[in-house]
Design a protein around this ligand. Sequence first.
Ligand SMILES: *Cc1c(COP(=O)(O)O)cnc(C)c1O
Length: 485
Amino acid sequence: MLETSEDTLDPSDWNAFRLQGHRMLDDMIDYLEHQRNQPVWQPMPEDIRQHFQQPLDDNQADLAATYNLFIKEVLPYALGNVHPGFMGWVHGGGTPVGMLAEMLAGGLNANLGGRDQAPIEVERQVVQWVRDLFDFPKTASGLFVTGTSMANLLSVLIARTARLGTEIRQKGLAANTAHLVAYVSTSAHISLIQAFDITGLGSNALRRIPVNDQFQMDLSALELAISEDKKSGLMPFYIAGTAGSADVGAIDNLNALAELCRRENIWFHVDGAYGALSMLASDIAPRMQGIELADSIAFDFHKWGQVPYDAGFILVRDEELHLNTFATSAAYLNREVRGMAAGSPWPCDFGPELSRGFRALKTWFTIKVYGAEKLGRVISNTCTLAQYLKSRIEAEPRLELLAPVALNIVCFRYRSFNANRVNADLVIALQESGIAAPSTTIINGQLAIRAAIVNHRTTTQNIDALIDATLTFGECAENSAQSQE
Ligand SMILES: *Cc1c(COP(=O)(O)O)cnc(C)c1O
């Protein structure tokens, strides 16, 4: 037998390790199988929170003891987005298959920055599927990133290079005399505003165009803003349409935006963080019309795609431009035509990250095992559930719908003399009850209970439980607000 290093981190007793590993796997499979019997969420007790403030030390706890800590002190206080009653923000539910794929990826410990290896072919396979899904040409490029926030940032950098040329990468914006300006709707995600801040273009350069009664970017206001900016000698270069807005799930008129961008020679980006994958659902896909005309699309497999966190993605129509925005050479990253340094261009040439995990594997497994049609049905089903929730709200005089339901997000409130206060308290009570977990947003100055149905496990029972609990806690919240008047 070959000797092992005394200092290795591998187990000294592989059999004991194997038993412990099997137990951990079984427990997590049980956890997923019996989600429904657990509360969605429960607050973390203060004394347990304190346990996570210990100093670094040299002690060696054994694996089983550390795992017990995880079971007692981490697992019960997770956010609960795997639970069918979770409806807060826009969180994916994950899948058992995705969990197993994460374990396999951990075992391989692949670094997908580059080099010649099968894991990169897996990522290229997913890129090809994404191209097909959005009807993009074979020359389009794609890259896994953490999430849509990062993908939106990359899109701004690529659009900047498209407009100013690659010299901007050496000279920097300070040397540039053209004043770039860009446009999104007031419902656009904050990551787009951050992207303008981070890139040095400045968030003031991003015009926030008002929305119509369907919460879509107002096209005449957009055209007016563009023509005024041009008159002032500014250079419009980028418009981001949203396909599924974070507040109400609105879809901008992507066809009209594409046409305007073509006419004005402006980069057309689509933030489709969760909405873009509805291209998988034959009944919802027609509402995404125009997305196929984008110069770039940002979206997440970890939301409606149900892939475990994190798995964001950017698709770019012009691969060469994408490469020219990021590729940078260095002697220690030299490329060859054979050997391990073959296979150029590498993923690291398409973005700022060099070391990259194997996000593609859990995505590849998810698509292979469940199939595109089934994943599309899950998406379609969450939209049907949203319509069911809408109909329950409309049938209940104590509740009021606050925004149109375009996709899977429903904004409503409990009617009350002091609605903002009562509904804020109500949502906290719902979350603390563990029955259902919506979040909140503000619609036209009114605080809304916001239910985003993303999880493939959610059923009409969860919707009914949300309505029942909303009515019960609404009454409590109203009584306590009244007694404090
Ligand atoms: C979630 C979301 C984002 C941000 O995506 P992350 O994956 O959280 O970075 C951006 N835009 C919209 C519309 C979103 O819903």
